[in-house]
Design a protein around this ligand. Structure first.
Ligand code: ADP
Length: 543
């Protein structure tokens, strides 16, 4: 036996054998260096199946006709059948942490399909037959119908693996996204090449390219192995720095041998020592930088996830508020309707005490309507469903229209209400009339609410930059500077305001601010301090 067995050894068959051995070494190397052990193990199994396939192919090609060729080829196809499930296992295990998401069903399917393929391989003549060429010593493989099952088997596993990788690609971030992208492309390219070179072309009688499969396989194993090691804890940039420093150091080391004098040698040694030191710090700083970047990327992704979650919750909350507010409004309409009918005496004369009680019911229900409307507005604003219909309107007209109602309210509170504007001017603005009315009425209502005595004045004027300014000036309880800063926030009320007027919700000004934002306008408050009155300003662009 011995060497006489390998009478057919060619450069190609040796190359294929070598690819197999190298593939195995790469697998073992990655396994020994990988911190994420599952990636390493799954890659090792893949590299092992690949190398066995290539080695057996090389052996088959090397042996002379009639010598163990069926044994080598059968075993080779058995190992080839391990590769596709191994690819899927690798894709599933990749970056999955320490635990591999196994399921017994998946393992059962993999084993069953492997057993089936073994039958396909071992049924004589079904997958292949070997014929000896009469004129040369070469052997030729003729494929049978089994080849279609084989091609389907490989394609199915490759497609599944690519789907798994794609899902991971979508979920990952930063350099892991890149790693998975490269692995995806490598596996796709490798599968296409091997299918063509080792199955499709031989089926049509072109057998000369059998060595391409192992070559591409080896290349892919190299690329993936490199990616796993480098991306996991080194990254490409670091590898480049590593390589660069090593190359310079090696060159300098070589230079040492070419010294011309002792001084020259000393200088060269010094330079080498400095380069080594600098290289060490360079590699270390790049590694730190990369580790920090990875950490930041990971945190950013986590933050983005939390943010999306919060947005979803916020949306659900807004929906809930909108729906509940809607349901609260209907019974309130009935309460308001009946209380005003009772107050008007439609159900008979009322005693003074009953009238007082009914008045309170009526007032409270009015307040409740305002609060519910604010809630509904907020829900709409936050879900982006607040509709605006813009038109050009004169602010002077809007305020004049509202004056009657507001004067009545002011009078009831014993206040004087004034409106100052220039008759000759027009104060045209492009606004959603209903919403700006709501804002102005809210400001005047507030001023009436928070002014125990004195006056409330509305002033309209055109600023020098052309903008229109509407101010509501009162002589009321005023605000300290902290209050001025926060009253436009949701649910924000000053302590003094709560003492003075218990029924407020702290929502009106927040809604007003949001409405003004959509108008490209501005709303703000001023006050000289507690007890010194307040000014609420509303600024809009002239239309
Ligand atoms: P509410 O009036 O229902 O509390 P708003 O959002 O309209 O809600 O007002 C928020 C807070 O701003 C009030 O609670 C009050 O502290 C303060 N505020 C509003 N208008 C005035 C005003 N004219 N004078 C003094 N404080 C005011």
């Amino acid at each position: 036996m011995g060497l006489e067995l390998f009478t057919n050894t060619t450069i190609q068959s040796l190359f294929v054998l070598g690819s197999g051995i190298l593939g195995f070494i790469i697998g073992a190397l990655v396994y020994s260096r990988d911190v994420r052990k599952v990636d390493g193990i799954s890659f090792f199994i893949l590299a092992w199946a690949f190398s066995m396939w290539a080695i057996l192919l090389g052996l088959f090609e090397s042996v002379g006709a009639g010598n163990l060729e069926y044994f080598f080829l059968n075993t080779m196809y058995i190992f080839a059948s391990i590769i596709p499930p191994a690819v899927l296992f690798f894709a599933t295990a990749l970056s999955s942490g320490k635990k591999v998401p196994f399921s017994w069903q998946k393992i059962l399917i993999a084993v069953a399909s492997f057993v089936l393929m073994s039958f396909v391989v071992l049924s004589p003549g079904f997958l292949f037959k070997i014929i000896e060429s009469s004129n040369t010593a070469a052997k030729e493989i003729i494929f049978g119908q089994g080849i279609f099952i084989f091609i389907f088997y490989i394609s199915w596993y490759v497609v599944m693996s690519l789907i798994v990788l794609f899902e991971k690609y979508k979920k990952s971030a930063g350099i892991f996204k890149k790693e998975i992208q490269y692995i995806f492309l490598s596996i796709l390219a490798c599968a296409v090449f091997i299918l063509f070179a080792n199955l499709v072309l031989p089926y049509f009688g072109f057998y000369d390219f059998f060595w391409i499969g192992p070559a591409i396989g080896l290349l892919t194993a190299g690329v993936i192995g490199y990616l796993i090691i480098k991306y996991n804890f080194w990254s490409l940039k670091l590898a480049a720095t590593d390589l660069f420093t090593s190359l310079i150091s090696l060159t300098l080391l070589f230079e040492l041998t070419l010294y011309s004098s002792k001084t020259d040698l000393a200088i060269k040694i010094l330079i080498l020592a400095l380069v080594l030191l600098a290289g060490f710090f360079l590699v270390r700083s790049v590694r730190n930088e990369i580790e920090n970047k990875e950490e930041v990327e990971k945190l950013a992704k986590e933050l983005a996830d939390v943010n999306t979650n919060l947005h979803r919750l916020d949306e659900q909350k807004s929906k809930f508020v909108a729906v509940s507010a809607h349901h609260l409004r209907d019974p309130l309409t009935a309460i308001r309707g009946y209380s005003s009918l009772i107050l008007e005496g439609s159900f008979g004369e009322l005693s003074v005490a009953t009238k007082e009680a009914m008045n309170r019911i009526s007032e409270s229900s009015k307040r409740l309507v305002v609060i519910i409307n604010d809630f509904m507005d907020i829900a709409k604003i936050e879900s982006g469903k607040m509709d605006y219909v813009f038109s050009k309107v004169d602010l002077k007209k809007i305020v004049t229209d509202m004056m009657n109602e507001m004067t009545l309210a002011a009078k009831e509170s014993g206040l004087e209400l004034g409106f100052e504007f220039d008759e000759t001017q027009n104060y045209r603005v492009n606004i959603d009339e209903g919403k700006i009315r709501q804002v102005v009425s809210n400001l005047v209502d507030n001023s009436i609410k928070y002014t125990p005595n004195g006056s409330v004045k509305i002033c309209l004027r055109k600023k020098s930059d052309g903008n229109i300014l509407l101010s509501v000036v009162d002589t009321g309880i005023g605000m300290n500077p902290e209050t001025v800063k926060k009253i436009f926030h949701k649910f924000s009320r000053a302590d003094e305001a709560s003492k003075f007027h218990t029924g407020g919700s702290g929502l009106g000004l927040y809604v007003a601010k949001e409405i003004l934002k959509k108008h490209d306008g501005r709303i703000w408050a001023e006050s000289s301090g507690l007890g010194k009155g307040s000014i609420f300003n509303l600024e809009l662009k002239e239309a």
